[in-house]
Design a protein. Structure first.
Length: 91
């Protein structure tokens, strides 16, 4: 698990999955300095720790180099323990 938490904001566990057939590059950090960069292959999943105030930028290779295709706040990628806990099957 990677740590990318800024000095401000609550640290949260985040999850990102690359559902595309393209390699993407993720960048995150506080607005003034990018302090996290990872390559994520198609179908790959990534857990990382970040400040809730940070944004995650998703880049793909384009005709003019890297193109920013999406930006999302890290607090929207936060792992919710209740949602991911095992469910009991009805008998």
């Amino acid at each position: 698990m990677e740590s990318v938490a800024s000095k401000t904001g609550k640290r949260v566990l985040c999850y990102f999955a690359n559902p595309t057939s393209n390699i993407v590059i993720l960048r995150s950090g506080h607005q003034k300095s990018q302090n996290f960069e990872r390559i994520v292959f198609p179908g790959e999943r990534l857990f990382f720790e970040a400040s809730s105030r940070d944004s995650l930028e998703v880049y793909q290779s384009g005709s003019s180099g890297l193109d920013l295709v999406e930006t999302m706040r890290c607090d929207r990628l936060q792992v919710n323990a209740d949602r991911h806990s095992p469910q009991k099957l009805a008998a």
